[in-house]
Design a protein around this ligand. Structure first.
Ligand SMILES: C[S@@+](CC[C@H](N)C(=O)[O-])C[C@H]1O[C@@H](n2cnc3c(N)ncnc32)[C@H](O)[C@@H]1O
Length: 296
């Protein structure tokens, strides 16, 4: 059969463009990841950024309520010695400090402690340290927590092993990290395009964006007992704290997104979507998993 090729309609063109991004993201993960890892430092959203404080305040506003509820349910109590690994702006360390009281103590550890400078609680010790390579005590903590840190670290399994070893017998590890499946399954339009470009930039920097998917299994492999888990999928409005958090996060990685071949407008248009108060969005799921160091 002969004839002119049909011109694709606008929705068809959009779908084709999305498919193209999917293909690029997938191909990139398999073929180009190691090359890009050599080019880029691993932590993509450093605290040295001019808007980092605001970004982490928004992160805390989004995720603290569920983190506090879960840690309370796990029995954090007076007198415990705790570690918050990658403490960021410090809200979780402060919450722990109030829970454990004067008889307990909290180590707030971070590679870059500049946003922990305002901590005055006498039972919090701020430690500037690299979780990958600096010494961590063995068998010391009743409770170890980390949120939105390990997926960023190429040595994440090694760090997880070290965090487990830092627990005293019977101590609890609670770990929280994001899984993008709700976004990939449901997002459309500019919001989707921005996510795909963002994921590609993260993966180029060595972030394993799927790592949290199997978090309970990972705790099992590291020898913890009594493992359980929960999943929170946020549904949020344009302009909300979640929307502002993602918008600011994309802003921080804009250069990386452009460096992996996406047009800068992908971020601009995604941010415009997130500012629209008439729109509702699903965000990535927070996977929360916990387990105990087996008593000896
Ligand atoms: C996304 S922020 C999360 C902060 C905090 N956990 C929260 O949820 O509010 C990640 C934090 O991990 C820290 N971080 C990144 N790589 C690290 C490393 N190798 N060792 C220690 N901290 C690290 C960063 O400096 C940053 O403060």
């Amino acid at each position: 059969m002969t004839g002119r090729q049909a011109v694709p309609s606008r929705p068809e063109r959009r779908e084709a463009e999305e498919d193209r991004w999917h293909t690029i993201v997938t191909a990139h993960r398999h073929d180009e990841l190691s090359r890009d890892r050599r080019l880029a430092p691993s932590y993509v959203v450093p605290n040295s950024w001019e808007h980092a404080r605001r970004r982490l305040e928004l992160l805390e506003a989004c995720y603290d309520p569920a983190s506090f509820n879960r840690a309370s349910a796990l029995g954090v109590q007076e007198g415990w010695r705790c570690l918050d690994a990658g403490a960021g702006h410090g809200s979780f360390a402060r919450w722990l400090s109030a829970k454990v009281g004067a008889a307990g103590s909290v180590v707030a550890a971070d590679l870059d402690t500049r946003l922990l400078a305002g901590i005055t609680e006498p039972n919090i010790e701020v430690h500037q340290m690299d979780l990958v390579s600096d010494p961590l005590p063995l068998g010391e903590f009743d409770f170890v927590h980390t949120r939105l840190v390990l997926t960023h670290l190429p040595a994440r399994e090694q760090v997880l092993k070290r965090l487990c070893a830092a627990l005293r017998p019977g101590g609890i590890l609670m770990i929280e990290d994001l899984d993008g499946f709700p976004v990939l399954a449901t997002a459309t339009g500019a919001y989707r395009q921005a996510w795909l470009a963002f994921i590609k930039a993260l993966q180029a920097a060595g972030v394993d964006t799927d790592w949290a998917h199997d978090l309970p299994l990972r705790l099992h492999r590291h020898g913890l007992a009594g493992i359980d888990a929960a999943l929170d999928v946020p549904l949020f409005r344009g302009g909300s704290a979640h929307a502002q958090f993602w918008s600011l996060t994309w802003q921080q990685v804009r250069d990386r997104v452009v460096a992996v071949g996406a047009p800068a407008q992908v971020i601009d248009q995604g941010q415009a979507d997130l500012g629209d108060e008439q729109r509702w969005f699903r965000g990535p799921a927070m996977v929360i998993a916990w387990g105990r160091h087996p008593p000896t």
